[in-house]
Design a binder for this molecule. Structure first.
Ligand code: NAP
Length: 280
């Protein structure tokens, strides 16, 4: 049964779920595939509509899995996909998009991101993205792994409709709070936090486990709840298991209170000065 969830407003005014679902490594293991498919479908059933993927994930296997999960219910999902920097020329980005659309079994990607900065000029990439938008193949465009200086350049190159910057952000990786996050906030561009569980390493963190136990919550709920407490952060944890999906959903159903948020801020402080943007 779908429930109403916290939403985040994109610069276009469109609203998307604050809690999405990542798909890196999904579709790679034949033994896990059926459960992953059911997890994707359960996410939609439970109102988690934003699904993040990339042509890179399993060289298309994650997109194909999503395409299968969305048969007959494409309109329930907001699909985010990404193209490689070596597919960022005006011609290549259109070809990459066509391949992704085919695997996703759809006629449009809701939000299409440059996965990281490569050799192609932003002007050229943007001309390809604008062609795709005009053709109705993508609805919005954005970027990933760009620091504030790169964002300045992207916008100056004509990318002022950029919908998000998807970057590494979690309790143990707070470097973006110095420069990138304020830059995005000043322009009302939401950040999309990837690896919010630090690829499950945060779940084994002793400090987080102890804190979670004291509050009767799980470590995953705390890690996700801390990000979801911000009003301009979209959070995309990956799980291919229905039990973990339900657990992660509790982070949004039962928001963390101010005392717990303050404690997490002390346990996992932001760095003392600016840091280069980290990537995983
Ligand atoms: P993550 O979401 O921080 O962690 C995923 C790992 O945590 C998986 O091993 C998952 O295993 C496990 N997990 C999830 N929920 C759990 C729970 N409640 N209890 C126990 N284990 C749990 O890492 P991520 O996959 O790197 O990041 C999330 C998404 O962000 C990716 O899938 C991808 O869509 C995107 N991403 C983007 C970039 C980029 O460069 N733009 C880079 C990295 C990631 P199970 O599946 O077994 O539950």
């Amino acid at each position: 049964m779908a429930t109403a969830h916290k939403m985040i407003t994109l610069p276009s005014g469109e609203q998307v779920s604050a809690l999405g679902l990542g798909t890196w490594n999904m579709g790679d293991d034949a033994d896990r595939r059926a459960e992953e498919l059911e997890t994707l479908q359960l996410a939609l059933d439970l109102g988690i509509r934003l699904i993040d993927t990339a042509e890179m994930y399993g060289e298309g296997r994650a997109e194909s899995l999503i395409g299968e999960a969305l048969v007959g219910r494409r309109d329930e999902a907001f699909i985010v996909s990404k193209f490689y920097p070596h597919h960022a020329t005006r011609h290549s980005v259109k070809a990459a998009c066509e391949r992704s659309l085919k695997r996703l079994r759809t006629d449009r990607i809701d939000l299409y991101l440059l996965h990281w900065r490569g050799e192609t000029s932003f002007e050229e990439t943007l001309s390809g993205l604008q062609d795709l938008q005009e053709a109705g193949k993508i609805r919005h465009y954005g970027v990933s792994n760009l620091d504030a200086a790169d964002m300045e350049e992207f916008v100056a190159a004509g990318g002022d409709a950029v919908a998000t910057d998807q970057v590494l952000y979690n309790l143990s990786r707070r470097g973006i709070e110095w420069e990138l996050l304020p830059w995005l906030r000043a322009r009302h561009i939401p950040v999309m936090a990837y690896s919010p569980l630090e690829q499950a390493r945060l779940l084994r963190n002793r400090k987080l486990q102890d804190c979670a136990q004291r509050y009767g919550r799980s470590a995953a709920e705390l890690a996700l709840g801390w990000l979801l407490a911000m009003d301009d952060v979209i959070v995309i944890p990956k799980t291919g298991r229905r039990t973990a999906l339900r657990e992660n959903l509790r982070a949004i159903e039962q928001p963390l209170d101010a005392a717990l948020l303050a404690e997490l801020d002390v346990l996992f402080p932001a760095p003392q000065g600016p840091r280069a943007l980290e990537m995983l």
